[in-house]
Write a protein that binds this ligand. Structure first.
Ligand code: ITT
Length: 190
């Protein structure tokens, strides 16, 4: 039976699908509009969100909350990344940072898993990097054109093919942790 990934973002589903295949896990896309609470930590947002989605679905499912945390802005936009991307966008972020020399930022991800009668489990991942001076690349989504991961060759996530971003990204790290736990748990349960 396929494992349900609750998200309204098809880019997230595509990235998760590629990782799922490597783990021999089948995932299915479902867009259930659960309410996201306002909180500083992604873990707190996803914990309540996945509990709600699980109750609505009445079955096992996972979801993910992610965001870009810019050091010079004390973590903004963080949990408000979706809204800030839709309003300011990449150009707006670059304008806000025009005189800023500290360009450090971190993408963070929190994956929540829940099934009826179980307390939600949360898995996290992050990737550090820098905000570029101008947007570069057309691949990926969201803030990918303005984010260069640390320790790589200077390309933005939007200049990397999906498979490459998926080896480094915050989402890949959180989802990997979840799938490893999920597979081992299934074995224990049998
Ligand atoms: P859900 O339905 O899964 O909630 P969403 O797009 O609303 O989809 P979030 O609430 O987690 O997702 O919003 C995070 C936002 O942060 C997302 O819309 C992007 O703008 C940005 N973001 C998150 N991960 C990203 C990534 O890997 N690359 C670029 N931008 C990303």
């Amino acid at each position: 039976m396929a494992l349900i990934f609750v998200t309204g973002n098809h880019h997230k589903f595509k990235e998760a699908s590629e990782i799922a295949i490597q783990h021999g896990i089948e995932i299915e896309h479902r867009n259930i509009p659960y309410v996201e609470i306002q909180a500083d930590k992604l873990e707190d947002v996803i914990r309540l969100g996945i509990q709600q989605a699980c109750a609505l679905l009445n079955g096992p499912c996972f979801a993910e909350d992610s965001g870009l945390f810019i050091q010079a802005f004390k973590g903004f936009p963080g949990p408000y990344s979706n809204f800030v991307f839709r309003t300011l966008g990449n150009d707006g972020i670059l304008k806000l940072m025009v005189d800023e020399t500290n360009r450090r930022a971190e993408f963070k991800s929190a994956v929540g898993y829940c099934e009826p009668g179980l307390k939600p489990k949360v898995f996290t991942g992050g990737v550090e990097g820098n905000i570029t001076l101008e947007a570069r690349g057309t691949l990926g989504f969201g803030f990918d054109p303005i984010f260069v991961p640390t320790g790589e060759d200077g390309r933005t996530f939007a200049e990397m093919p999906a498979g490459e971003k998926n080896k480094l990204s915050h989402r890949a790290r959180a989802i990997e942790a979840f799938f490893r736990w999920f597979k081992q748990r299934k074995t224990v349960d049998r």
